[in-house]
Design a protein around this ligand. Structure first.
Ligand code: SF4
Ligand code: SF4
Length: 184
């Protein structure tokens, strides 16, 4: 590990995903969410045409963008980006205006009907600061996600990224996500 500031990121290999939703359930348990509030969705996508087609599952959560539109539009500073790259929502400051929901091109923010504020994936930052990994990473039976410090050249995620071709979702929007997807 290096002494530089950490930059948390994730690599997702959707070709390994079997659509079991274990990560979704683990996320909901970790964040004590009701079933309707989902920070981690599994999209089903079909490729090709019958009879030569295949189905793939694509896990999508907050992309922890380096250029996050959700932070720019928040009128009260409730949405903010930590120095380690994690985009957060301060529930005490959030007034529930939903500007951030509308600005997020990944549709990963949720308004809590119970509390009236917006919330979303925070990379399980409390666990990460204790040296653990996010719940979606550790619970996945297929090892779909690699999580770690993008600033550590010898770290697990840097090594994994170096071995594969990868993309970031909606790269053309210049949001600069911290989540990468393996291309296969
Ligand atoms: S994915 Fe959406 S909520 Fe997450 S940082 Fe990017 S714009 Fe904000
Ligand atoms: S736990 Fe893993 S295999 Fe199951 S849906 Fe989530 S990413 Fe896919």
């Amino acid at each position: 590990m290096t002494d530089t500031i950490k930059k948390w990121g994730m690599l997702i290999d959707s070709s390994k995903c079997i659509g079991c939703h274990s990560c979704t359930v683990a996320c909901q348990n970790q964040n004590e969410l009701p079933p309707r509030d989902n920070f981690n969705r599994i999209e089903e996508r079909e490729y090709g045409k019958f009879p030569n087609f295949s189905r793939r599952f694509l896990p999508v959560q907050c992309q922890h963008c380096d250029n996050p539109p959700c932070v720019k539009v928040c009128p009260v500073g409730a949405s903010y980006k930590r120095q380690d790259g994690v985009v957060m929502v301060d529930a005490q400051k959030c007034i529930g205006c939903k500007y951030c929901l509308l600005s997020c091109p990944y549709n990963v923010r949720v308004i809590s009907e119970e509390y009236g504020h917006v919330h979303k994936c925070n990379f399980c930052i409390e666990m990460v600061l204790k040296g653990e990994k996010p719940a979606c990473v550790t619970t996945c039976p297929m090892g779909v996600r690699v999580f770690g410090d993008l600033n550590d050249p010898g770290g697990e995620i840097s090594i994994a990224l170096a071995k594969v071709s990868h993309i970031r979702l909606l790269k053309e929007l210049n949001t600069k996500p911290s989540i990468y997807y393996v291309i296969k």
